[in-house]
Design a protein around this ligand. Sequence first.
Ligand SMILES: [Zn+2]
Length: 348
Amino acid sequence: MKLVDSLERFSNACGVTGREEEVSDLLKTTLKPHVDEIKVDKLGNVIGVKKGAKKGAPKIMLAAHMDEIGLIIKNINKDGFLQFSKLGGIDDRILIAQRVMVHTEKGKKLGIIGSKPPHIMKEEERKKIVEIDKLFIDVGASSKEDAQKMGLKVGDVISFDTKFARITDDLVVGKAFDDRVGCCLLIEVMKELEQTDCTVYAVGTVQEEVGLRGAMVSAFRISPDVALALDVTVAGDIPGVKEIEAPTKMKKGPVIGVMDAGLITHPKVLNLLMNAAKKAKVDYQLETGLAGSTDAARIALTREGVPCGVLSIPTRYIHSPSSILSLSDVKKAVKLAVAAINDAPRTF
Ligand SMILES: [Zn+2]
């Protein structure tokens, strides 16, 4: 499967945090031909292994999270409207008027996030952000009982209903690129990787968006010598964002994380990645000081500690229903990661 097709399938698949089955099934089938073994652990992490040629060579863990931000039904009111909470970091301002899919035991139901129309708002109401507790999802139910008959219940998860599209030769738009592009990177890297000395684990993790939970248990199981999180980061090349706030840009190559809120990249991993970029003739960007973090933050603190790094795809509008990224950045990230893996035995 070509990268763009793989990204389309992964982006359109739904896997709100804690309910990643659709994505993990897809990852299992697409990763399987490129690894020696594949299994799913007790929490749902997908772990593919490519065995190394040399005994004693380092074990490398690549982690990409399968879950996406979403919503969850908190209450169904007497008129059949759904009130909801957030799963992961979502800005209230992006919720109004979105089309969503509610995942029920009777299948997916389309809904719209409704709110009071501006025509009947008071002047001061219009200036305010409509907070989540004033929003509701309209699934067309006429009462609570009607909604229940449709299969809806408290705890059902809700994903954004966005379809993947290519907007230029190089740019694509879709939901959940955070971190389905990482899932695609896992596949592409394992596909490109010829026999290496190292044993490489490609791990699709669960529940990253609510606290890096899947990474924690999968890293414990694998006990890697070095690990890389493959994820997305903010592309700041849009109106209203100052360079000092987010200097990383789309189409300027993958981003090597130096430091974020949860991880200071191990200096050996940083050097490995920068040298690999040089070798693979790939341009890259360095990033520090981001408020968020990745699976690498949790993996680094596993057992007696794991040298970790982060390789990200600069992505516009992350944690919203529609993000944009550049396929050329993804292809460069694959080259960089493969070069780093091939080079790792010299360092670790
Ligand atoms: Zn992410």
